[in-house]
Unconditional design. Structure first.
Length: 346
């Protein structure tokens, strides 16, 4: 290449450089705005959801229902992120020729968010399930004397441990404290005064929550992985997305079965249709069912696109991204359901 040609190419590259950097910066800013909008929308579900769900039902909401639902939304989302990362890490090991590079972990940040949310929920329990006006209203020592207080402390300690382990050389050890959060949530949702066997309800919730966390958190981390340059090639990317899709089908079946069984335990079969429109819990459940159905359609769409263009895994990412957004709404509605009055039994 002649000196003149080299100079021309270099000049073009220098001129093109700022434009490319500007495009990358603009794309990053656009993604940040989209994320901010989605987070705001997800926060509005628990904050405004109780008022909408309770309107006209004649049911009374507990004090601070919106705030409690928001804290539990953060807690559930903080659970999904590290669970999904651990799940996808196992899938990556099964991909032939998988690149060694994976996206950075969000688990420490998720653990921090979960710790803050669990501390907020523990403060509510320490005030007798009321929103504290000041630290003087909280009986922290009383947490050790009640079942709900002990479960709240388990979640606080579990998120703290998960955050430390996420920063350690053995991040896979997070599985133990994360499992403790799942069990604590299941036990909290099914007190010993439950009308039916509380152990059965606890077991169903453990299955439901575990599968939902694997599904939502796993898809989020798969999409983050496919965005890295090393995974954009057709071979590893297609294999990873295919592995996840097969497991996700099983997770969807488990989530549906456990959810239907739990519903029938809490609502007598003959009253389900009426309660879906006449009670706050039923309305939230109906919204969740519609969202899960939308997620199933998006998952099927992504699967079909992957089969039609097996050499382009990114082609299935558009419906998969929409699926992640709707799954986020499912998490928010699920958190809202935990703050609403339990369904009526008649």
């Amino acid at each position: 290449m002649s000196p003149t040609r080299r100079t021309t190419v270099a000049t073009a590259a220098e001129a093109d450089g700022p434009e490319r950097r500007s495009a990358r910066t603009g794309g990053g800013a656009g993604r940040a705005v989209v994320v901010l909008v989605l987070v705001t929308a997800a926060a509005l579900i628990p904050l405004l959801g109780p008022r909408v769900a309770l309107d006209g039902t004649g049911e009374a909401a507990a004090p601070g229902t919106g705030g409690i639902a928001l804290l539990r939304t953060v807690l559930l989302a903080a659970l999904c992120v590290p669970v999904g990362e651990l799940f996808v890490a196992r899938l990556v090991r099964r991909v032939p020729g998988a690149p060694g590079r994976t996206p950075g972990s969000w688990a420490p940040w998720a653990a921090g968010a979960g710790l803050v949310a669990s501390l907020g929920l523990a403060s509510v329990v320490a005030t007798g399930n009321l929103v504290p006006d000041s630290p003087a209203d909280m009986d922290v020592g009383g947490l050790y004397e009640t079942r709900d207080g002990k479960l709240a402390l388990v979640e606080v300690n579990a998120f703290a441990a998960a955050g430390l382990l996420a920063l350690s050389r053995r991040p896979a050890a997070q599985a133990l404290p994360l499992a403790a959060v799942v069990v604590a949530e299941a036990l909290r949702a099914h007190p010993s005064t439950d009308h039916h066997d509380p152990l059965v309800g606890t077991g169903l919730t453990v299955v439901h929550l575990t599968c939902a966390a694997l599904w939502a958190g796993g898809l989020l981390h798969v999409l983050r992985t496919l965005r890295t340059r090393a995974w954009r090639s057709s071979g590893p990317g297609t294999a990873l997305l295919g592995l996840y899709a097969r497991v996700a089908a099983v997770l969807l079946a488990a989530v549906t079965a456990s959810g239907v069984w739990s519903t029938l335990r809490r609502m007598p079969p003959g009253t389900v249709l009426d309660q879906l429109t006449e009670t706050a819990y039923g309305r939230a459940l109906f919204a969740k069912v519609l969202l899960v159905a939308a997620v199933a359609v998006l998952a099927l769409w992504a699967r079909l696109r992957l089969r039609r263009a097996a050499d382009d895994p990114l082609g299935a990412c558009a419906p998969a991204r929409a699926e992640v957004v709707v799954l986020g709404a499912v998490v928010a509605v699920s958190a809202l359901m935990t703050a609403l009055p339990l369904p009526i039994r008649w």
